[in-house]
Design a binder for this molecule. Structure first.
Ligand SMILES: [Zn+2]
Length: 408
C-alpha cells in the first residue's frame, strides 16, 4: 500500500508557516497581502517541481493539476486555503492544501497515473479577515456572488480586492475556473476539542451546522440607580441577562453539536449608576438540521418574549443572517469513513461547527471533508497545533480516497 511522505508534509507545513510567521509561532497571512503572494508563489513552485501544471482563475484561486490518463474526465479536486486570520496558526487551511499537494507528490514519485486528473486548489480569501464576506472565491464559483461585487470589496484601509489581486499579480482568467468537478475533498483541522476528547485522530465530516444570527434589543426605562425602587423598574439589563441564561439552557436540551452563543451584549448607556434603557444582545445559533434550526429559533423567540413580558420591557427581535445546514455527499462521506477504517482507525463521523469553502463547493459538486484532531481544540490562534502522526494518517487516508475516486 502506497504511503504519503509524512516527513515531507511536516517540512512543507513548517516552511509555509514561516511566511507571515509571528514571534509567538503563529501566522498572519491576510488575503492578497505580500505574505499571501509569497505563500502562493511557494505553493506554485512546489507544485511545478512535482510535475503539476499551475493555473490561476479570475478570483485568484490557484489550481495545481496532476494530469490523469483521461484528461477530459472531470478531475478530483482537493485543497483548502492559504490565507489566515491575524495572529492565526500554521494549520488552518494550509493543512488541507499541503496534504493534498503531498498526495499528488506521492503519486508522482510512485509513478502512479490515475485515470482522472487531480487538482490541488488554494481558494482565495476563505477567512474573510481582510475582505468580507468569508469564502468569497468559492462562493463566486458556486454562483453566490458576482465577480464585480468581489472586486469592489474593500479592506479597512480602503484598498479593493481587485486592486490587491492585480498588485500581487494573481488576477488570472475566468477560463481557468474548473468546469465539471468529479468530487471535492477538503482536509482541515477540526478547530474544536471533540476528536481529542474521544482520543481519535480523524473523522469523516458529514456536513456543516446551519446558522441563525439574531439581534435582540431589549427596551425598558432608563432611570437613576439611586432613587428608583426595585419593584417599579423596567430593567432591560435584567431581561437581557435572564435571556442569556435561558438561551444557554435551551441549547442544553439538545445533544451535541447543537450550540447557542450570546457573543454580543451591549447595555446603553452602559453607566454604573444608571438602569440601562436598552440592551442589545447578539445570538448565534448553530444546529445540524434545518428542522431543528427552525425549532430552536422559534423557541428562542418565545422565551425572549416571555422574559420581556415578565420584566415589563419590550423585545425587538430581528434575524440578521440565516444559513441552512450543509449536508455533504453521502457516498463521499461513506468512502472517507471506510478509508479511515481501512487505515486501522476507529470509525468516526462528525458535523463541522465552522464554515469552510466546502460549503459552497458542495452546491456545485459532490463534496465531503476529512477532519484531523487539533491539539487542545485551539484554532485561529498562534498556538494552533496538530500531532505529526495524525498528519501522516490524514495524508494516507486522503491518498486512499483519491485513488478510489480518481481510479488507479
Ligand atoms: Zn480554514
Amino acid at each position: 500500500m502506497l504511503r504519503a511522505n509524512g516527513g515531507r508534509l511536516k517540512a512543507s507545513l513548517l516552511e509555509m508557516g514561516k511566511i507571515g510567521g509571528t514571534a509567538a509561532g503563529g501566522v498572519t497571512r491576510l488575503t492578497l497581502s505580500d505574505a499571501d503572494k509569497q505563500a502562493r508563489d511557494l505553493f506554485a513552485a512546489w507544485a511545478r517541481d512535482a510535475g503539476l501544471s499551475v493555473r490561476v482563475d479570475d478570483l485568484g484561486n490557484q489550481y495545481a493539476r496532476l494530469e490523469g490518463s483521461e484528461p477530459s474526465a472531470p478531475p478530483v479536486l482537493l485543497g483548502s486555503h492559504l490565507d489566515t486570520v491575524p495572529a492565526g496558526g500554521k494549520f488552518d487551511g494550509a493543512f488541507g492544501v499541503l496534504t493534498a499537494l503531498e498526495v499528488a507528490r506521492t503519486l508522482r514519485d510512485a509513478g502512479v497515473r490515475t485515470r482522472r486528473s487531480i487538482e490541488v486548489v488554494n481558494f482565495t480569501n476563505e477567512e474573510g479577515a481582510r475582505f468580507e464576506p468569508a469564502m468569497i472565491a468559492s462562493g463566486t464559483l458556486a454562483g453566490q456572488f458576482a465577480p464585480d461585487y468581489i472586486y469592489d470589496r474593500r479592506d479597512r484601509e480602503g484598498r479593493s480586492f481587485g486592486e490587491e489581486l492585480d498588485r500581487i499579480g494573481y488576477r488570472g482568467s475566468a477560463a481557468n475556473r474548473p468546469e465539471e468537478i468529479h468530487a471535492y475533498i477538503e482536509t482541515h483541522i477540526e478547530q474544536g476539542p471533540v476528536l481529542e476528547a474521544e482520543g481519535l485522530p480523524l473523522a469523516a465530516v458529514e456536513g456543516v451546522l446551519g446558522l441563525e444570527w439574531v439581534n435582540v434589543t431589549f427596551k425598558g426605562l432608563s432611570q437613576h440607580a439611586g432613587p428608583s425602587p426595585m419593584r417599579s423598574r423596567r430593567d432591560a439589563m435584567v431581561a437581557a441577562a435572564r435571556a442569556v441564561v435561558a438561551l444557554r439552557d435551551l441549547a442544553l436540551e439538545y445533544p451535541d453539536p447543537a450550540v447557542v452563543t450570546v457573543g454580543r451584549f451591549q447595555p446603553i448607556p452602559g453607566v454604573i449608576n444608571q438602569i440601562p434603557g436598552e440592551v442589545i444582545v447578539g445570538i448565534d445559533m448553530r444546529l445540524p438540521s434545518a428542522q431543528v434550526l427552525d425549532e430552536v429559533g422559534e423557541r428562542a423567540r418565545g422565551l425572549i418574549q416571555r422574559i420581556a413580558t415578565e420584566e415589563k420591557v419590550d423585545a425587538l427581535v430581528e434575524t440578521i443572517r440565516k444559513v441552512p445546514p450543509t449536508i455533504f455527499d453521502r457516498g463521499l462521506v461513506e468512502l472517507i469513513e471506510a478509508e479511515i477504517v481501512a487505515e486501522g482507525l476507529p470509525r468516526k463521523r462528525m458535523t463541522s461547527g465552522a464554515g469552510h469553502d466546502a460549503v459552497y463547493i458542495n452546491e456545485i459538486a459532490p463534496t465531503a471533508m476529512l477532519f484531523v484532531r487539533t491539539v487542545g481544540g485551539k484554532s485561529h490562534c498562534e498556538t494552533e497545533a496538530i500531532n505529526w502522526e495524525d498528519a501522516q494518517q490524514a495524508a494516507d487516508v486522503l491518498l486512499r480516497v483519491v485513488m478510489r475516486l480518481a481510479g488507479s
